[in-house]
Design a protein around this ligand. Structure first.
Ligand code: SF4
Length: 376
């Protein structure tokens, strides 16, 4: 796979690798990928989070602007073959008014999500990002799937700060088996491009996907720590209705939280979210994520009329409204951060002073980790 000359001509900071080198191979991977409660690991991770961030949790709002998707992931009910789903795109002006005038007070960042829908990018997201950048100081996170480099550039110029590009699984064959977008090489190239062009990038994995082995989980965790990321999520698998994996068992909450803790210890500066699927598979899973080192919560601001038609990854997902999120943060003995994610990252001296590697170097390390020949 060839990386574009645009990618290869830019540089990317991999300062976080200095953090990670303090812990090479010292962490109990087998404990992390097992499904037994690992309270000691969680305590160490919580202490690391407290050391780096205090007990402060970033709080962002999410708007899910389109449920159209051109992809066909076998684990997601928004896949294009799901004809039973009513598709929608929200209006940029209405969303701007909602976010600017009616967002909860503690929100410092806004996350704009959609299925992989270039029409929504053009007609909803770009005008919305421009309006938010013009009228607010909110950090702007985007989770829009794999786009063309020109679209990433336009979104960045419009005011986007942070891009979420999950890999879901770090094993190439398994990636193909679960039908994730494109292929793993393309996903890694997209992450590399985003980081090289000024985005802060987060990625993530799903625990408990059908066909996933413990060795694949280890491979995925190791791959993630090689990427130029500012954050990473761990979501327990929840089988979506009207999908090929709809009847498969949910991911294990202990394994999910153990992986959260492992990532916190391996990459202490990362932004690691508690995700609503944790609450779906276990009543106290969301609160326990903070006790395992998570430091980001998300309040759902999607208008209630649209929520039911955004079934990622399940129509029965738990909607984390303001009350639920604030209650969970307090239950974990944490508090809401007054500083936003983007502001925090801009001021992160560790990142600023980091070692700089070329994107092609970053890419080849990551591609080597998944056994992909970067010159083929
Ligand atoms: S996981 Fe994302 S890309 Fe895949 S079908 Fe769902 S919305 Fe589309």
């Amino acid at each position: 796979m060839h990386l574009s000359s645009t990618i290869a001509s830019r540089s990317v900071s991999l300062s976080d690798s200095s953090d990670r080198s303090e812990h090479p191979n010292a962490l109990p991977m087998r404990t992390a990928t097992g499904n037994s409660p690992a309270s000691s690991l969680h305590e160490q991770a919580r202490a690391m989070r407290d050391d780096r961030f205090g007990r402060r949790v970033f709080v962002r709002g999410v708007v899910e602007v389109s449920s159209h998707c051109r992809e066909n992931c076998r684990y997601c009910a928004m896949r294009r073959d799901n004809r039973a789903l009513t598709r929608y795109r929200l209006d940029a002006d209405e969303l701007a008014e909602l976010i600017i005038h009616r967002r909860p007070a503690g929100i410092t960042d806004i996350d704009i999500q959609a299925g992989e829908d270039p029409v929504a990018v053009r007609e909803v997201v770009l005008p919305l990002v421009r309006e938010l950048r013009r009228r607010t100081n909110l950090g702007i996170t985007l989770c829009l799937g794999t786009l063309a480099p020109r679209e990433y550039d336009q979104l960045r110029e419009a005011g986007g700060d942070f891009y979420v590009m999950k890999i879901e699984t770090g094993n190439s064959d398994h990636y193909g088996f679960v039908g994730a977008p494109g292929n793993l090489s393309e996903r890694l190239a997209a992450i590399t491009y985003l980081a090289a062009t000024g985005w802060q990038v987060s990625s993530g994995l799903i625990l408990g996907l059908p066909g996933q082995t413990p060795a694949m989980v280890e491979q995925t965790l190791n791959l993630l720590t090689l990427l130029p990321l500012a954050g990473c999520s761990v979501s327990p698998f929840v089988g979506g209705p009207q999908t090929p994996f709809g009847a498969a068992p949910a991911g294990d909450i202990e394994q999910t939280l153990n992986c959260v803790a492992w990532l916190r210890l391996r990459a202490p500066h990362w932004i690691i979210p508690a995700v609503s699927a944790m609450r779906l598979v276990s009543e106290d899973g969301y609160v326990r994520a903070f006790n395992a080192g998570a430091n980001l919560a998300t309040i759902n601001l999607t208008p209630s009329t649209a929520r039911a038609n955004y079934p990622i990854y399940s129509r029965d997902r738990v909607i984390m409204d303001e009350d639920r999120v604030l209650t969970a943060i307090a239950a974990a003995g944490c508090e809401v951060s007054r500083i936003g994610i983007s502001e925090h990252l801009r001021g992160n001296k560790t990142l600023a002073n980091g070692r700089v590697l070329s994107p092609s170097h970053v890419a080849s390390r990551a591609f080597e980790a998944v056994g992909v020949d970067t010159c083929s």
